[in-house]
Design a protein around this ligand. Structure first.
Ligand code: BMA
Length: 379
């Protein structure tokens, strides 16, 4: 053997280790779409880098309507109260799959396009949920017919129908462009609250393997078949009690950029503080271990019965953890069924003053704070 050859196996091993380290570092620093647009990669990296500094406050349908108003240009309940818009704008695509002009909460899809463009232009983050109809029964997302998930997977009787629904989503996403023709990045959070059992994709109606396959299939279809490269993907459960439960239906690190959960207060403050604190702690550990962005993907205390809830209950728990954003659910106001729904105060509400104090905390960011960071640009 040539005397130098004896070093060859060692050198080879070093090379393989270096390559593995490099590719791992790249994966940690890159969204699951390796062809993501520059703005999408920048958003992903900036959100990660800001984890120690900020919790971006979000609100579902913020620009569309609030309590006692609908579609008034530039209006927002959060802006009415604080003078600024939220840093995260949440929207919902349910019924786009049915070719309807308005979503399940009566927001016209053409108006939604304009709201998204306005929020992006002002520096906010866009996130979109999808309460899609049940493709097997033709009823709503809340029709939990067993076998629905299996029916839309490849080989299932509704797979072609499901693909046609994804095609419609793709058309909507392709129309989202900024002033320079760049695609507007969107954090899509399909199949949310999947450890609950109220939607047809819930845990009592499909196996972990089936929902993981569906999640992976959906990402691959939008990313690879439809060639959409401006989407980040958020995986999110409802309330959970252990990391094992959280990860039971997780599609894997190659299919999620954001990890989150939804939480609503339904009883006392102490109970909420304890469970939110525990879940945020577990989420932070999971996100760190998997190199993902942790987010509170939905939260709320319906109709705000406690006028100091934001500063006394929510703020301390949020500040105790690393959490990229927190999205308050929608201010629907009076609904057709006679109920009233809202999660952030509107002008004149008894919680308004406390909400201003909450938003004034240096860790809670609204749109102007987010805009200063130029989230879509390279830092
Ligand atoms: C629920 C409620 C419903 C709404 C649905 C989808 O939490 O707000 O009124 O239709 O979300 O947005």
């Amino acid at each position: 053997m040539h005397k130098n050859l004896k070093y060859f196996p060692g050198l080879l091993l070093c090379l393989v280790m270096l390559m593995a380290k490099y590719s791992c570092a790249q994966n940690k620093d890159f969204p699951v779409d390796k062809n993501a647009t520059a703005e999408t990669v920048n958003l992903y990296r900036n959100l990660k880098n800001l984890l120690d500094n900020a919790v971006m406050l979000g609100h579902q349908d913020d620009l569309a309507y609030g309590v006692n108003w609908k579609y008034e240009a530039g209006r927002s309940d959060i802006k009415d109260v604080t003078g600024d818009y939220p840093a995260v704008a949440g929207f919902e695509l349910g019924r786009l799959e049915l070719d309807e002009p308005v979503n399940l909460d009566s927001v016209p899809f053409d108006k939604m396009q304009l709201f998204i463009k306005a929020a992006y232009k002002n520096g906010s983050v866009i996130t979109i949920s999808w309460h899609l109809h049940n493709p097997l029964t033709g009823k709503t997302a809340w029709d939990p017919a067993p076998g629905t998930v299996a029916s839309i997977l490849p080989g299932g009787e509704k797979n072609t129908l499901y693909n046609s629904w994804l095609n419609k989503l793709a058309v909507f996403f392709q129309k989202l462009k900024g002033d320079n023709g760049e695609y507007i990045p969107v954090i899509l959070r399909p199949y949310h609250e999947l450890n609950g059992s109220w939607f047809w994709w819930g845990k009592n109606y499909c196996t972990p393997a089936q929902i993981k396959q569906l999640y992976q299939y959906t990402v691959k279809y939008l990313r690879d078949t439809k060639q959409l490269h401006h989407l980040l993907y958020a995986f999110n459960t409802d309330k959970f009690y252990s990391a094992g439960e959280y990860l039971e239906r997780y599609p894997g690190d190659d299919f999620a950029d954001v990890v989150g959960f939804d939480i609503y207060q339904r009883s006392g403050n102490e109970e909420f503080i304890q469970s939110a604190d525990k879940m945020l702690g577990m989420l932070d550990s999971i996100a760190s271990a998997h190199y993902k962005i942790p987010a509170l993907t939905e939260f709320g205390y319906g109709r705000l019965p406690d006028s100091t809830w934001f500063s006394k209950v929510l703020l301390p728990v949020l500040k105790a953890h690393r959490i990229s954003s927190a999205l308050a659910w929608r201010n629907a106001g009076a609904k057709k069924d006679g109920s009233t729904e809202f999660y952030v105060p509107y002008a004149g509400h008894p919680s308004a003053k406390d909400f201003i104090a909450f938003c004034n905390d240096e860790k809670i960011w609204l749109q102007q704070d987010a805009a200063k960071e130029r989230l879509y640009q390279k830092r």
